[in-house]
Write a protein that binds this ligand. Structure first.
Ligand SMILES: Nc1nc2c(ncn2[C@@H]2O[C@H](COP(=O)(O)OP(=O)(O)OP(=O)(O)O)[C@@H](O)[C@H]2O)c(=O)[nH]1
Ligand SMILES: [Mg+2]
Length: 505
């Protein structure tokens, strides 16, 4: 027996009706931060659900919105609207009804019963289940499959009663209502135990996969400077990733185009230009979305580990989306929730080109890129499509990586080919002079670079042994303590020794 009914839910061929019950709280939070104006969301409360449905391959034929003070206990939707929905289901021959609101198992059951009673049978799911379905269809690694199945079992298990209740009616079995014990009820008990058993097994397997993944991520972090792209789904993370690296990430105008983390080398150049070879490892990950069921957040935590442990976080925001302020709040909440709180963050205000192409009336009710810039610290305007702002981004991240740059003189014996190569490729060289048996460089140097160079035999920095010079340059007492060694710059014990560091070209 298939104990996961959601595996049977192939939503791709479904004709669907979208339903949103708008409660007072949702209505007011949808108002834009521009006083007196109403965002596109307020005019189009089903925009995100529609995009999710399309992402799942569902054909949306009808939409139903009801404003209520509070949900109706039995069916969430008011009585009159349930009748209207039944009518729509028949009229449009819909096979699926998707609620924007989270439904209780009993509400699903009650709604399905009412629709069936009106000869308008259709599957009823909520937004969370729709998201799970998208994830299930795209999960391609063992880890992702485990995560999705666990989340589905945890979210779906309480809904099994509703599912089997439905089954009981279809097969003419005893009606399964509250307090009735028919054959369906016994079946349900067995199925619950099976679900529990399977959950335990999957969780065990996932724990193993995750432990391996965590080690990988930490090793990467220990040996390299890492930057993580995070942000609301469809903000443009993969597009930025592709613009900065050799690419290969799937970028598409659909929600949750990316489910797998991808890591590539990002050439950061030197402070003087792009042709050096300082680099970061950049990761592209799954997008965030509001009201993600907490089971799902927990399951996907390890998918986000690259971000959690990265040295710098790049938060991507679609400034051409009327919901941008709300999306940024969601992203910051999720980051706090998963514990990505210690590293510096840069806010990338993306799709600036798209904002400029919007009609005036739409721009006027939104926060402009310039207003964003004025309001947020550590933000910059970018466009993955037009390439705007990417050079500034490179320099900012290089700045995080190198820390404060100090001007100094390096002298190194001619024979130290690797060290010379390192200086030429990774360090901002202001001048060079060749003496009989050594090279003298005037450079602008960051602490991390100085430490990577320190083991080169015969190296002197400002005429001093490297260790003493590094203390002198970077630990000078005149500097405020906070600026001396920002936590993200601390690679203590993580610095590859000289040969390893210098081998990378
Ligand atoms: N006009 C414009 N479109 C952009 C820009 N950046 C991304 N897009 C488009 O936005 C859509 C989503 O881009 P993705 O890079 O897939 O977004 P994502 O954040 O990776 O999305 P998920 O992986 O689904 O979470 C694609 O159609 C991109 O072409 C931009 O700067 N300007
Ligand atoms: Mg993506």
């Amino acid at each position: 027996m298939n104990i996961n009914p959601r595996e049977d839910m192939n939503l791709r061929s479904d004709v669907a009706i979208l339903v949103a019950v708008r409660l007072p709280q949702a209505r007011s939070s949808a108002l834009s931060d521009h006083p007196g104006s109403v965002t596109a969301f307020a005019e189009d409360p089903l925009a995100e659900l529609r995009a999710l449905a399309e992402s799942a391959g569902v054909r949306v034929k009808g939409e139903l919105i009801q404003n209520r003070e509070k949900p109706r206990g039995k069916t969430y939707l008011g009585k009159g609207k349930v009748d209207e929905l039944a009518h729509m289901v028949k009229e449009l021959q819909a096979t699926l009804v998707i609620f924007d609101n989270e439904l209780a198992p009993s509400q699903i059951q009650e709604l399905e019963k009412e629709l069936t009673g009106q000869k308008a049978g259709a599957k009823i799911i909520d937004r969370s289940e729709l998201i799970l379905d998208i994830f299930a269809n795209r999960a391609s690694t063992r880890q992702a499959q485990l995560q999705v199945e666990i989340a589905q079992l945890e979210y779906t298990a309480p809904r099994l009663r509703a599912m089997w209740g439905h089954l009981g009616q279809v097969t003419g079995g005893a009606p399964v209502g509250v307090g009735t014990r028919g054959p369906g009820e016994q079946q349900l008990e067995i199925d619950r135990r099976l679900v529990q058993k399977r959950l335990l097994r999957l969780q065990g397997e996932l724990a193993e996969v995750q432990a391996r993944k965590t080690r990988e991520v930490q090793e990467r972090r220990d040996q390299h400077f890492t930057a993580g792209l995070v942000g609301y789904t469809n903000a443009g993370k993969s597009s930025i990733f592709n613009a900065l690296t050799a690419g290969g990430a799937f970028a598409n105008d659909q929600l949750f185009a990316t489910l797998l983390t991808r890591v590539e080398r990002w050439n950061l150049g030197t402070a003087a230009g792009e042709n050096g070879s300082n680099y970061a490892l950049l990761s592209d990950t799954v997008g965030f979305i509001r009201d993600l069921p907490h089971h799902l957040v927990a399951s996907f935590r390890s998918t986000l580990e690259d971000a959690i442990y990265s040295h710098v976080l790049l938060i991507v925001l679609d400034v051409a989306d009327p919901q941008a302020p709300r999306q940024l709040a969601v992203v910051r909440n999720v980051l706090d929730e998963i514990g990505a709180t210690t590293q510096p963050r840069l806010l990338l205000l993306n799709k600036v080109d798209r904002f400029r192409d919007l009609p005036r009336e739409e721009q006027e009710v939104m926060r402009s890129p310039e207003e964003w810039l004025a309001e947020e610290e550590d933000a910059l305007l970018v466009s993955a499509r037009a390439g705007d702002g990417l050079e500034e981004l490179r320099q900012r991240v290089l700045g995080f990586m190198l820390g404060e740059l100090k001007e100094c003189t390096l002298s190194i014996p001619m024979g130290q080919g690797k060290a010379i190569d390192f200086i030429e490729k990774r360090i901002d060289v202001l001048a060079r002079a060749y003496e009989a048996d050594q090279v003298e460089y005037r450079v602008r140097l960051g602490r991390r670079q100085a430490e990577q160079l320190a083991a080169a035999p015969g190296l002197r920095i400002d005429g001093l042994l490297p260790g003493a010079a590094i203390r002198e340059l970077f630990d000078a007492k005149s500097e405020p303590a906070a600026r001396r060694v920002p936590p993200h710059e601390r690679f203590a014990g993580e610095m590859p020794d000289l040969p390893a560091g210098l081998q990378e070209s």
